[in-house]
Design a protein. Structure first.
Length: 301
């Protein structure tokens, strides 16, 4: 298959890209990694009048650590995130999710911003951004604005980006050093989109849970924060009983669709299983980190 005809532009600045998008009035598409857009074009599922290729805007590719957050440019390649020491140290949940994205060629070309702007609800990055309460910075003809994930993701493959806006940066809060994390998903084959994915982040002390963050992938039109399940953990701690109760509550909160890949009931079942798996793994990692911190404070070898 070949894509439909389109005009091609490759700006070197965000301002130039915004001007081009404004000129086409919603009939242009932004090309970043192209791992989602190009298949849509080749299958004639998208007919833009123009592509605005932002790959020459080098200012959008970076990973910067500041107090309390990691700022990542929207054009940063997924492979760069996978091998970043800063990401491994400060955002291990993002690192783990990145290793589950597609295959090596996809991660080599794919970008953080491209995945988020494409807004496939089965993708890993939207779930991570939702669980971590990231800030998404977008720029358009009227200036910059910052959106929370629940504001940014609107529906299937739909975001709150205006026709002349570009996602330029994602700001991830850095969790406490003793936090536990896990991204658990089930896919029929390695590299496929997950039927269900769960992003879990725990700030705990022993079995006491100070803060829990849970978000889904693949069970609705957008990633979903499982707030009622989080409250069970924050009130009851990280006991097996609380984890089981949170898993059951999570399966009640979602409203998955049935399709050729899985029934709604199967996705509910997977949600319960993956919540348990993610929370146990996150709890174990938090306990391990706390043990190491305790050793460092005591000076034990």
């Amino acid at each position: 298959m070949k894509p439909p005809p389109f005009a091609y532009h490759d700006p070197t600045s965000v301002a130039e890209a915004v001007d081009l998008l404004q000129r086409y009035g919603g009939d242009a598409k932004v090309l970043a990694g192209g791992q989602s857009l190009m298949p849509l074009l080749n299958f004639r599922l998208s007919y833009p009048a123009a592509l605005v290729d932002i790959n020459r805007i080098t200012a959008l590719s970076y990973i910067q650590h500041e107090v309390g957050q990691l700022r990542i440019g929207a054009l940063t390649r997924q492979r760069t995130i996978e091998f970043s020491a800063l990401v491994r140290e400060h955002l291990p949940l993002l690192y783990e999710a990145t290793t589950l994205v597609g295959h090596l060629p996809i991660r080599t070309r794919g970008t953080l911003g491209g995945s988020l702007a494409h807004a496939d609800p089965a993708a890993e990055y939207p779930a991570v951004a939702t669980a971590m309460e990231a800030e998404l910075v977008v720029q358009g003809s009227k200036g910059q604005r910052i959106l929370r994930p629940e504001e940014f993701f609107v529906s299937y493959l739909t975001t709150a980006l205006a026709p002349d806006e570009v996602l330029v940066e994602v700001r991830f809060p850095t969790p406490p050093p003793t936090s536990g994390w896990a991204f658990a998903e089930f896919a029929r084959r390695h590299g496929d989109f997950a039927l269900v994915g769960i992003a879990a982040l725990l700030d705990s002390e022993g079995e006491r849970c100070r803060r829990a963050r849970l978000a889904t992938a693949g069970v609705g039109p957008t990633p979903l924060r499982l707030r009622a399940a989080e409250q069970i953990l924050e009130q009851g701690g990280l006991t097996e009983q609380s984890i089981e109760a949170a898993a059951v509550r999570a399966s009640e909160l979602i409203e998955p669709d049935s399709d050729i890949h899985a029934s709604a009931e199967f996705r509910r079942h997977l949600t319960r299983v993956l919540i348990r798996r993610a929370l146990r793994r996150a709890r174990a990692r938090s306990q391990e980190r706390q043990a190491w911190e305790s050793k460092d404070r005591s000076g034990s070898p």
